[in-house]
Design a protein around this ligand. Structure first.
Ligand code: GCW
Length: 708
């Protein structure tokens, strides 16, 4: 008897710990908890009597198809609580599925046993179809919606860029150390690599650049290529290809050559041999990502050559293997005194048409960096003969790292939906990038990853939504932020509407809230130096003027903001006239970009009827109040989601409110020294003097490149 009681207690304890462990965030959005709604579960069970893959004749049971089957089996067992028979249809695919290699379509067939058929042109499409089917069940969609459900990506290469160093640190990463355990590879292959690949594939990502753009040539040496191959071998069956960053000076550093001049035949021969060697290790290697002549990285300009000469050198070596070069446009020179906003455009537009066909130019969403709000980069729409790959940052370098909630889909949509007018109205950044404006056959999009080796992958439990959102938008940029937030919340916390509604609302409001408490009305680059966490509008001295804050906000007794009109740096002229006229006119410029493009008097009335100063102060205040509101909303869902994730987010939101108030107080006290006006009613006064904020030092901030 005693033993039975003890055994029961033990079982209960084990069950409790299993549940606790299960909700530590490791499973991300792939939790596959049983469908809670009984009637819906019964309907799914009836419809999914069997699942069949329908692929073209002759397509054998490849590792990728087997992976699709096993993912489906895992997911359906969890969701429906039973095993489902999975097979291939007897007759093979008669009609190709529209949309290419990655496309899928799903149909329902009624019969003595109903079945769901996933049709695809290739095995990788079967994976995407399997995850789409699972997503429908995870988000409690009606059975009828399965029939005719189809998907095809709008962009071909959908990549994560890891800024992971070989030392294990992650530049701008705050979710622990790198996922890649280089020292123990290739012999020790962490099972977590499989889970990484399945998370990527589940949202349609099909490539990963393993290492930092601030590159280390060692990755290209033979021992490291064997490690890279071990990772590629894991990712392959999920359709995820490996890419690497290439340090331009590698021929000197690891090749023993006296030069890395791109026009030197010995250098070209070295890269050709190196690339051949890489393909011997990784036959489906994707290509190189390169940061050159930027922030101290070596590049072709060290030899008086252009970016095109550099990119073409590598592209020539990769072309025979089908690889590509992704060459970053994030350049701004030490010597050029010009507005940093303008430099990439000035440098790259003359090169349009001179890149080899397998070169992408990778362009950040905004003209300067990855700050909470930037107008779209003027290069989009300005290089019609070159495929451009947008670079988005999933890691929140300027949005509170892994400690603050900032759901980034609305930010990325803002860029992707911006109209460049390059080929008339409707030439959005998204359409430039997916190749439809200029008829490019290949297309690419990249997101700087926010992953690390912490148990829940992204640090902040709600930051996983950004990894998810990036994948979903890379697949289909027409998806709305609302849809993505809703899907992710359901898959992560379940379908209880009393949770889904408030949590999605928090996600959707969060980016604008962060803008409000940190860089409202187009203010930018006013963060703390180096680690970029928290305010630093007072930063006036740095390695170079365009690393200071005063260079960007230009506050004086008259007003604040960077004049980028014809009277100032004239950066507006880099946009098409329709855009330039809008941004360039202080009366028409969207207020969200006002201080980005204009130096505005403190007493200028804005749309609200309030003066610039009052509006600015109230925006800061509303940012703080926004976070306060989430704390209440989050407290109200206690008990409806697991304690572990709830408590973690609760603590993070408390920290975020404190940080938001710190931004507000520091910035307003500082700008008040110029504006010389009192705070408007409703804005809480700071509890510390300006000196306190100016002298405050955060130390050892994770991700700070100083800790590389
Ligand atoms: O925003 C800056 C970051 C650097 C980064 C650089 C880049 C990888 O502060 O940490 O370096 O951008 O994008 O190259």
């Amino acid at each position: 008897m005693k033993f039975a009681v003890l055994a029961r207690c033990l079982l209960l304890f084990l069950a409790a710990t299993a549940i606790a462990r299960a909700e530590d965030g490791y499973r991300l959005w792939l939790r596959y908890e049983p469908v809670a709604d009984e009637a819906l579960r019964a309907a799914y069970t009836q419809a999914l009597g069997r699942v069949s893959f329908d692929l073209p004749e002759g397509m054998a049971w490849s590792p990728t198809l087997i992976t699709a089957v096993s993912e489906l089996q895992t997911g359906l067992s969890g969701l429906l609580g039973r095993k489902v028979v999975i097979d291939t249809v007897a007759e093979s695919l008669a009609q190709p599925v529209p949309g290419g290699d990655d496309a899928y379509s799903i149909r329902l067939e009624q019969g003595s046993v109903s079945r769901v058929v996933i049709a695809a042109n290739r095995d990788v499409g079967a994976i995407y179809g399997a995850f789409a089917l699972l997503r429908q069940l995870q988000t409690a969609r009606p059975v009828a919606e399965l029939d005719g459900l189809a998907g095809a990506p709008r962009i071909k290469r959908r990549l994560l860029n890891h800024w992971d160093n070989l030392t294990g640190t992650v530049e701008r990463g705050q979710a622990g150390h790198s996922l890649w355990k280089w020292f123990e590879l290739p012999e020790v292959v962490d099972p977590r690599y499989v889970d990484y690949a399945r998370a990527c594939a589940s949202v349609g990502l099909n490539g990963t650049v393993l290492n930092n753009v601030n590159a280390n040539a060692t990755i290209l040496t033979e021992p490291y290529l064997r490690k890279v191959a071990a990772l590629a071998n894991v990712f392959r069956s999920y359709g995820v290809r490996v890419y690497l960053t290439a340090r331009f000076s590698a021929p000197k550093e690891i090749g023993g050559l006296p030069t890395a001049d791109p026009l030197d035949p010995a250098v070209a021969a070295w890269w050709k041999d190196k690339v051949d060697e890489i393909y011997r290790h990784v036959p489906d290697f994707g290509g190189f990502l390169v940061k050159a002549n930027s922030e101290g990285q070596p590049g072709p300009q060290d030899y008086g050559r252009t970016h095109a000469a550099g990119a073409n050198l590598l592209a020539g070596a990769l072309a025979p293997h089908g690889g590509v070069v992704i060459w970053r446009a994030f350049v701004y020179s030490h010597e050029a005194p010009d507005d940093r906003h303008k430099q990439a455009y000035s440098e790259f537009t003359p090169l349009d048409g001179s890149f080899r066909p397998n070169v992408f130019v990778q362009v950040k969403n905004g003209a300067i960096d990855f700050m909470p709000r930037e107008p779209f980069h003027p290069l989009f729409g300005a290089m019609p003969r070159t495929p451009l790959a947008p670079e988005l940052q999933i890691a929140q370098e300027y949005l509170g790292g892994a400690l603050q909630l900032a759901f980034l889909a609305p930010m990325w949509k803002e860029t992707l939906d911006s109209d460049t007018f390059c080929a008339g109205a409707g030439s959005t950044v998204a359409r430039v990038v997916d190749g439809s404006v200029d008829q490019h056959a290949d297309s690419c999009i990249a997101g700087v990853a926010n992953t690390g080796d912490v148990r829940n992958w992204t640090g902040h439990p709600l930051a996983a939504a950004n990894w998810y959102a990036f994948g979903r938008l890379a697949w289909d940029h027409s998806l709305s932020s609302e849809t993505i937030a809703d899907e992710w919340t359901r898959m992560t916390f379940g379908n209880d509407a009393t949770v889904v509604t408030p949590v999605s609302a928090m996600l959707l409001a969060s980016r604008e809230t962060v803008v409000n408490y940190s860089m409202p009305l187009g203010l930018h680059h006013i963060m703390a130096e180096g680690h970029h966490y928290g305010p630093g509008p007072w930063v006036a001295k740095s390695g170079r003027p365009d690393w200071t804050s005063v260079y960007y906000h230009r506050a004086d007794e008259r007003g604040v903001g960077f004049d980028r009109t014809a009277a100032g740096s004239n950066a507006v002229a880099q946009y098409r006239p329709e855009v330039a006229q809008l941004f360039g006119d202080p009366a028409r410029c969207p207020e969200k970009y006002l201080l980005w493009f204009h130096h505005v008097p403190w007493d200028r009335p804005l749309a609200s009827g309030r003066t610039l100063w009052d509006e600015l102060a109230l925006r800061y205040q509303s940012g703080v109040e926004g976070v306060r509101g989430w704390r209440q909303a989050w407290a109200a869902v206690a008990g409806r989601i697991d304690h572990e994730r709830h408590a973690h987010v609760e603590q993070l939101l408390r920290r975020q409110e404190k940080d938001a108030a710190f931004w507000r107080d520091g910035c307003l006290l500082y700008f008040q020294t110029f504006a010389k006006r009192p705070l408007p009613a409703g804005v809480e006064p700071a509890t510390q003097p300006l000196d306190y904020f100016v002298n405050f030092r955060l130390q050892y901030v994770p991700g700070d490149p100083a800790m590389r």
